[in-house]
Design a protein around this ligand. Structure first.
Ligand code: MRU
Length: 364
């Protein structure tokens, strides 16, 4: 996507290193960062220099290319793979990408590991970008249908967190249909949940939409229900970090409450995801999906920029109070109107999800 008019992906190979956009400093500064070792890749994922399910997976894919260079034995390769998988627990794209690399290296033979891992990493990244582009076209159908029912009026979309191109290699999942609608000339406006505590909505989604020229408004996290009651939201689209074979959706904390409000107000609630975000081993998301808990200081502190341009972190919670930081929640399938995948739209039930992916229900 465009940054100051220049096309970028979020990650690419640069000489002997993996180059990323350092998302910890956005939107204040646009910095690139080169990762040279598996340890640096792991830290970039853990500290959220890269984040978002698709991009975490792609980064782990490139991390395995570095791992293939660092490992002299299969045991060392497995140990480096485990170190990547352990960085963040909820987004399933991480283990999916690492395991895909291990399988590719096993098939090609350990002696061919470096070139195999490079090709596989590039393939994972290319597929991620292509999947998001296809999600955009399938999701566009939903927005076109809403627009047809209110000709000449603006389609109002609400989104939570950042499932934009910064969360993937390109295009994004939840934002791809929005970008496609904007490009098709459909008048569209996005309500952007700020998404405490890390503010991915206020910082990243808002920045992305501004870069692409899409009209949007940042709202406090608890505003969505009111807007829906007042008929000011036509459609909710979020991303996902892990979706069970039955359609339960793990996404950024607060998504569940938006889905409840959408259901109460008859607002369609769609989840956009590439197929790499399905966890085919799980049927019950509430019981089975691991929910990451992060450092309490992400809740007690907030980062911002002063008028003079210095980036500062302030404590915003009463001194001495404890804070809990659950990073994700699970929205049960019954609250989700449908899934938007690269293979097409589908209902949130096991039969429909499996049929779309050529899998047999109740079987791994
Ligand atoms: O903690 P993050 O920023 O890695 O969380 C991921 C997200 O940005 C959201 O949950 C997103 O909606 C799904 S990831 C495409």
């Amino acid at each position: 996507m465009l940054v100051s008019g220049i096309p970028y992906r979020t990650i690419w190979l640069h000489e002997a290193s993996v180059r990323i956009i350092d998302q910890r400093r956005l939107p204040w500064t646009f910095d690139l960062l080169d990762l040279h070792t598996v340890a640096e890749v792991a830290e970039a994922i853990r500290d959220m220099a890269v984040r978002g399910a698709g991009l975490i997976g792609a980064t782990a894919g490139y991390g395995m290319w570095l791992a293939a260079q660092e490992a002299a034995t299969q045991k060392e390769l497995q140990s480096l793979a485990d170190s990547l998988i352990s960085t963040r627990p909820t987004a399933v794209n991480l283990s999916w990408a690492v395991n895909r690399q291990l399988a590719a290296i096993q098939a090609a033979g350990f002696q061919n590991r470096i070139e195999t891992a490079r090709i596989t990493a590039e393939t994972i990244a290319d597929e991620d970008a292509a999947s998001c582009a296809a999600i955009g076209q399938h999701g566009l159908e939903i927005i076109q249908a809403i627009s047809a029912r209110k000709p000449g009026q603006t389609v109002q979309v609400l989104t939570h967190c950042n499932a934009g191109w910064l969360a993937f290699v390109d295009h994004g999942s939840a934002t791809a249909p929005i970008y496609a609608a904007h490009a098709a000339g459909i008048p569209i406006h996005v309500w952007v949940d700020e998404t405490r505590p890390r503010n991915q909505g206020a910082r990243l989604t808002a920045w992305e939409l501004a870069q692409q020229g899409v009209p949007h408004t940042v709202i406090a996290d608890n505003t969505g229900g009111h807007l829906m009651q007042q008929g000011m939201v036509d459609l909710v689209i979020t991303g996902a970090d892990r979706v069970t074979r039955t359609g339960d959706v793990a996404n950024k904390i607060g998504t569940y409450l938006k889905a409840l409000a959408a259901m109460d107000n008859g607002v369609p609630f769609y989840v956009a995801l590439p197929s790499s975000t399905f966890d085919w081993t799980l049927s019950d998301g509430v019981k089975g999906i691991p929910i990451e808990q992060r450092a309490p200081d992400e809740v007690t502190e907030m980062e911002g920029i002063t008028d003079s341009g210095s980036i500062e972190t302030l404590r915003i919670v009463s001194p001495g109070s404890a804070a809990a930081n659950y990073a994700f929640d699970v929205t049960p399938a019954r609250l989700v109107t449908g899934l938007i995948t690269e293979k097409g739209l589908c209902s949130t039930n096991e039969a429909a999800i499996c049929a779309l992916h050529g899998k047999i229900p109740n079987s791994n």
